[in-house]
Structure formats: C-alpha cells, structure tokens
Ligand binder design. Structure first.
Ligand code: T46
Length: 132
C-alpha cells in the first residue's frame, strides 16, 4: 500500500516513553542499516529518488517533516510528526521530503547496506523503469 503507516507502540510510564522497532515483528524485513537525517535547513527538500529493491521505514523521532510518495500513478503526502508512527517506503516509490522542522530527526531503518546503484535519481528514468 502506498504510504503505509506503521504504528509503533509507545511503552510509557511516569518516567517517559520508549518505543521499539523489531525486525520480523513490527516490520516485515531484516534491518541491516539505520541512518538519520537531521539539521535540515529551512526550505530544503530531500529525496527525489526511488529505490529498485530497498525496503525502508522512516520515523520522525523528533520534530516533523512531510513526505510525498509516488508510485508513478498515484501520489500521497504523509506528515511525519510522531515517534509512534512510521511510513514504509517500498521499492519503486519516488519520495520527496520537505517542510522539515528545525528539530526534525528522521530515523530510517533499511533492509540493505548503502548501494548507490539501487537509486533512481531521475524522475523520467523512474517512470520508464516503473512502467516496464
Ligand atoms: C532515502 C531517504 C529517505 C551514504 O553514504 N550512506 C547512506 O547510508 C546514505 C543513506 C547516504 N549516503 C550518502 C549519499 C549522499 O552522498 O549521503 C549523502 C546524502 O544522501 P542522499 O542525498 O541520498 O540523502 P536524501 O536525504 O536525499 O535520501 C536519504 C537516503 O539516501 C535515501 O535512501 O530513501 O533518505
């Protein structure tokens, strides 16, 4: 499903909150890499690519940003503004992040190591690739 939201349980008490993402339980893929995007300057947009095979889950663990997801036919905009909600970014989804708050930390779980050859960074190349 385009822009599927995964609810991440909040385990909390008077001491505060704790959330956990377990591979094979909350998300149906192994986690091989975790990265985080932060300090994004006002007005900056990021992404502008799709992945050929990579599966990811993105969570704004602090602050907020928007993500537009595009499967070549439909677009969906998701506001990421909670540590208890993540969006799945499957393969073949063009995505663009924008409207980062100053305090935004976007945490991303990925099922493979970094591989630039998995990126399609040109929108026309993406639409050609997705229609094959
Ligand atoms: C994605 C969205 C949500 C690495 O060397 N290793 C890594 O694991 C990553 C993620 C990036 N890089 C390098 C590649 C570039 O030279 O870091 C630089 C910035 O990456 P990029 O311009 O791709 O960043 P975003 O914010 O446009 O996209 C990132 C991820 O790259 C991408 O996979 O799905 O966040």
């Amino acid at each position: 499903m385009l822009g599927e939201i995964i609810e991440i349980p909040q385990l909390g008490n008077e001491r505060g909150s704790l959330s956990v993402v377990e591979a094979g339980k909350l998300i149906p893929f192994e986690i091989k890499r975790v990265y985080y995007i932060y300090g994004t300057k006002p007005g900056v947009e990021r992404g502008f690519h799709a992945h050929k095979v990579l599966q990811q889950l993105a969570v704004a663990v602090s602050g907020a940003c928007d993500m537009v997801l595009d499967d070549g036919r439909k677009q969906k905009t998701v506001r990421l503004d909670s540590p208890s909600h993540g969006v799945r970014i499957g393969p073949g989804i063009w995505h663009v992040m924008s409207n980062f708050s100053k305090d935004c930390v976007l945490l991303v779980f990925a099922d493979a190591h970094y591989d630039e050859s998995d990126y399609i960074r040109d929108y026309d190349a993406f639409t050609t690739w997705i229609s094959k």
